[in-house]
Each structure stands twice: as structure tokens, then as C-alpha cells.
Design a protein around this ligand. Sequence first.
Ligand code: PMP
Length: 355
Amino acid sequence: MSRFFSKKYRDLVPYDTSGEHEAGNYIRLNTNESPFSPSPKVLERESKAAGTQNFYPDPDARELTAKVAELWGVRPEEVLLTCGSDEALSFIFMAFCDGGAAFPSITYSFYEVLAGLNNVPFETIPLSPDLSLPVERADWPSGRTLFLANPNSPTGLALPRAEVERIIQGSRDNIVVIDEAYVDFGAETCVPLIRKYDNLLVVQTFSKSRSLAGARLGLCLGQAELIRDLRTLKNSIAPYNLSGSALAAGLGALEDEKYTRDNCRTIMENRAFTAVGLRTLGFTVTNSLGNFLLARHPRFSGGELSQKLKASGILVRCYSTPEALAPYVRITIGTRKQMEALLEALKKIEEDERQ
Ligand code: PMP
């Protein structure tokens, strides 16, 4: 650390991206990306947009915002587009967390980083032994902005909309943020609840189901007043937060919703296929509704498994913290061929161990 670094940030623990971008010809099942290329419509739109990059992009992203509003069934003033959903989460931590934050003890680890960055005190909600959210909400922290990934990561477990609605009703004096990064793989969205509740924000991303992790495109939906507050921050930090190519990519993806739906269906089929294969090999697997599975084997730690799989050319995610995740690996669902390669490698690892 240089002697010039602000005192404010000296204790900051940034998000750990180590191991995410291993060089080499690996099957990448470690970062919940889509195995499918973006739709050809994305490429068409992007190449057209490339010719106008001497101009700044529209800071209000009006064309894409209108398209999102139409497809999601909300008004344009209820939508803010962001540079990945991480940026939406960042604005929310800045805007709405004066009373502190709360999130599950096992969830997307970036919430804790953002709490640290913004000096937001936080409490965690301990998960039940089966990694689900405890239904007894009387014990949950109160008076805080609640962040719930639904489906949760890395467990993949999801709450039905009616259950989320009860949580929102029980927290009317605080914002509830539902992070729906993985909602398109079989969970229920809470977007229809936006009209009813002025304390609800729903965050989504183009990174997973729409194969655009590289374009960095996220969205936040909520009542117009909340979105105006977030826009005030956006225009104070990064008025041109979305590049012309990101906006073009988003429009292209939304022109091809059939492609997205077909890919999501394939991922869900491959998820079911992989879960059966893993259970046959002795793994315990959560009932994930994300594009990933969280799995543990009685004879290997998560770290051991990920090392052995890496030696076989496959990257998966393992965890050193929190401790409860040490036995697990999180496996992104890829193509059928990739999942067959994964199961084959695991079978071999298991057989080698027996000898
Ligand atoms: N929320 C959750 C639960 C995630 O797992 C991720 C990243 N994988 C994000 C948000 C952020 O995704 P992005 O910034 O690519 O939209």
C-alpha cells in the first residue's frame, strides 16, 4: 500500500477474483458464465455500433431502457441500466444503507465487500443446516436494508415469490433488494411486486442467461422515486456508465429472446443430467435453480476436488470461507459435452482414490 492511499480504504478487502481467469485450455465451470456465445443479433448490433464510437453513448440509455421496460412489463422510469449488476448493487449500498445492511451468512461475497467500501455496518442471517433461509424471521436482524440473492449463490436455493412478498411486507420501513442474477434458470421473479411495494428493488443481469458477461450490463427495477435516487448517484459517478457496444449488445440480445429461452432450457436440462450423475457418484447436491450446482463428496474436501479437476483440465469453484462451504464445490452448468467430461473426470478421481 502506498503512503498516499486514503485512510478510508486502508482496511478494505476487495473482491477475490484470483483463479477466475486461469490461462490455458480449461473447461471453465468456475464463474457461472454461459457456455453459449451471444446471439448473432448481438454481433450484428455491435458491429454497426462500432462505427459511431467517436460519439459518447446516450447517458440515459433510452432505447435499451424502453426495450427492457416493454419486455419486463414496467415503465421506463422504473428501470436503471448499470455496468453489470455489480454496479447496481454498488449504487444501492451507497444510496440506501444508512441503517446498515443484512444478508445471509452464505451468499454472494460481493455484498460484504460493498459494505466495507461504503462503511455500512452489516449483520448476517445464519442459514439452516440444509443451507436454506430460516423461515423463522423473528430472529432476523431488523432495521437494515436486506440483500437476498434469489436464487441464492452458491447454494442455488430459491424462495417462491409469495415467500419473498411476506419478507417485503415484514420490512416496510427498509429496502429489500432481491438479486435475481440467476432467476432465468427456473425461479420465480419478483418484478411484478414492484408496483405494490415502494421498498422493493429487483436487480438482474445480462451476464448469465443472455451470454453477455463480457459486455457488463445489469439492471435495477423499482418504483420511480427509488430509481431517480440511484440515477442521481449514477450521474455523479459515471454518467456514461454503459459503452456504446454494451448498449448495442443489450439491444441485440433482447431482439432474440427465443435464443435466451432455448439456452436457459438447455442449461436446466444439463443441470438435471449433471445432478443425477453427481448423485450416482456419491455426491450430495443442493436443489439449485441457478446455472450451477453446489455439491459435496464424503471423501474429498472442495479444495481437493477442485485441484484434482484442474489437473484434468476442468475449473470449478471451491471456498476457503465461510467454513461451512469448505466441503463443497460449485460447478457451473455448461454444454452437455462439458458436463459429460466433468462426470467422467470425477469418476476417474473416485476410482483412483479407491485404489
Ligand atoms: N449477483 C450475484 C448473485 C452474482 O453471483 C453475480 C456474479 N456472478 C452478480 C450479482 C454480478 O454479476 P454481473 O456484475 O456480471 O451482472
